[in-house]
Design a protein around this ligand. Structure first.
Ligand code: PLP
Length: 413
């Protein structure tokens, strides 16, 4: 008779999953190359420029602009798309803080829309319902690499003359009809922060299929300078969001390894999709048939409490005890603390009268996903079939002990 590890039994797994991030001598050599060159600054070095070309080639974009991180890239992309003071941007409710913060930072007004239950991506019907005469753009997030319905969103954008910014922080390697995310809308933003599928600790890149948008993004990351003009001429209110040569060198090495890692991840994700769907109450994240590749930033499942026999937080605690690394969902954007606090947007925004009352809003699908999903970290997809099987075995074990899960005390976040 097995006993849940959370109640003193033996865990399904005692060995760690593959360490993340992965690196080898390619990163080491790249870092030493930068050190020895004394060109540590991208304005003088060659690494960031080479990395931009390589990333543009990989994504089949017209070009790429490297930046400090995936928050600044969103701000820069919005500015380059002409979004600013007073404009409305329709944004998904299920994302990380940066997605909505970037809109507020450029002086625009976020208008939140709910998501589709199966994928967790923005619901085109909700987008349509949120359009006003002030709407300028739609901000899409491809959650855990599952691509939003870009056909429907593009049709809406064309009909209403709106720009689409794809936040691809979760979706390196994701394709829609064999086209890399970030090239489907007007601009695509990537993060290379430590948990992402390619990383330099921090880092960002923006791609676009439009040459003029790329040109403006390049200016906004570099203090409003125009290439080829005197260094102390600043033509617009950009900022310094330049990537360092260290990051460029590391990301070049990370990109070389990425396609191979992507094969491992996809094979393990396909295996989990098939196996976990057989456990009552475990619902793997859906993926549209037009999403022809999914770069799983993480692997997401929804726990249906009535079928599984336990709520998400108890399942999470019990899985951690079984040796399975995971996190849970972000809170919905509308429920972030900064919207509940009257001073949460100050001093950037003191007069909140032009903004919706986010904290009182209700977005039922996002609320449901945020309280019922488990996010397995990339590490569980980066190992052997046995490593993935342990996730299945752990969830199957919990399911067969669902009555005892009531005695598990959820660990704090
Ligand atoms: C969906 C999403 N957008 C944007 C970001 C911001 O990226 P960064 O941490 O590089 O600023 C993140 C980071 O976690 C993210 O998950």
């Amino acid at each position: 008779m097995t006993v849940l590890a959370a109640l003193g039994g033996a865990p399904v797994r005692t060995s760690p999953y593959p360490a993340w991030p992965q690196f080898d001598d390619q990163e080491r050599t790249g870092l030493l190359r930068v050190l020895d060159s004394r060109d540590w600054w991208s304005s003088q070095g060659v690494e960031v420029a080479a990395w931009e070309d390589e990333w543009a080639r990989y994504t089949n974009a017209a070009g790429a602009v490297a930046a400090t991180n995936g928050t600044h890239t969103l701000e820069v992309a919005l500015l380059a798309l002409g979004v600013g003071s007073g404009d409305e941007v329709i944004v998904t409710d299920w994302s990380f803080f940066a997605t909505i913060a970037a809109i507020l930072t450029v002086g625009a007004v976020p208008v939140i829309a709910d998501v589709v239950l199966e994928t967790g991506c923005i619901d085109p019907d909700e987008v349509r319902a949120a359009i006003t005469s002030r709407t300028r753009a739609i901000m899409v997030v491809h959650v855990a690499g599952s691509v939003a319905d870009m056909d429907a969103l593009t049709a809406i954008a064309e009909e209403h003359d709106l720009r689409i910014l794809e936040d691809c922080a979760h979706a390196h390697g994701s394709m829609w009809r064999d086209q890399h995310v970030g090239t489907l809308g007007d601009a695509g933003s990537f993060s290379f922060q430590a948990s992402k599928l390619m990383t330099a600790g921090e880092g960002g890149a923006i791609i676009s299929r439009h040459a003029d948008v790329l040109e403006r993004m390049r200016e906004y990351v570099n203090c409003g300078r125009h290439p080829g003009t005197w260094y102390y001429r600043h033509f617009n209110l950009g900022s310094n969001a330049r990537m360092t040569e260290w990051q460029g060198a590391v990301l070049r090495a990370q990109l070389e390894r990425f396609p191979h890692q992507q094969l491992t991840r996809s094979a393990n994700a396909d295996f989990l999709n098939a196996e976990l769907a057989t456990i009552p109450g475990v619902v793997p994240q859906g993926r549209d048939a037009r999403c022809t590749a999914q770069g799983n930033y993480c692997y997401v499942v929804r726990i249906d409490e009535s079928e599984f026999g336990a709520d998400r937080d108890r399942v999470r605690t019990a899985l951690l005890a079984e040796g399975i690394p995971l996190t849970t969902s972000y809170p919905p954007l509308h429920a972030l603390d900064l919207f509940a606090d009257p001073q949460g947007l100050a001093p950037r925004i003191r007069d909140r009268s032009a903004y919706p009352d986010y904290a009182s809003a209700s977005f039922p699908v996002t609320d449901r996903l945020a309280s019922t999903t488990l996010w397995f970290t990339t590490a569980v997809l980066m190992g052997s079939r046995k490593d993935a099987q342990d996730v299945v075995d752990a969830l199957a074990k919990l399911k067969s002990h669902s009555a005892e899960l009531r005695d598990v005390v959820p660990v704090e976040y």
